[in-house]
Design a binder for this molecule. Structure first.
Ligand SMILES: [Zn+2]
Length: 67
C-alpha cells in the first residue's frame, strides 16, 4: 500500500497505526504520532489519506532519546 507523503516536515517519530477507520473518509490509514508545530509538541491522531485530524493534544516535550 502506498500513502501520500506527510505534509508536515517535522515528523521524526514512528507512526503508530490506529485500529479504527477515519471518521471522514473511512480509510484505515489513521496513525498516531507526535509532531512539533508553532504551539509546541502535539500528539495527533490523523488520517494520512484525507488529512483529517481525529484528535490532537498538546504534550510535554519528550526528552531526547526516550519515547
Ligand atoms: Zn480520512
Amino acid at each position: 500500500m502506498e500513502y501520500p507523503q506527510p505534509q508536515e516536515l517535522t515528523i521524526d517519530e514512528p507512526l503508530e497505526p490506529v485500529a479504527k477507520p477515519c471518521s471522514q473518509c473511512g480509510d484505515d490509514a489513521v496513525y498516531r504520532y507526535r509532531l512539533v508545530n508553532y504551539r509546541g509538541w502535539l500528539r495527533v491522531v490523523k488520517c494520512r489519506s484525507c488529512l483529517h485530524v481525529e484528535s490532537s493534544e498538546l504534550i510535554i516535550a519528550p526528552p531526547q532519546g526516550v519515547s
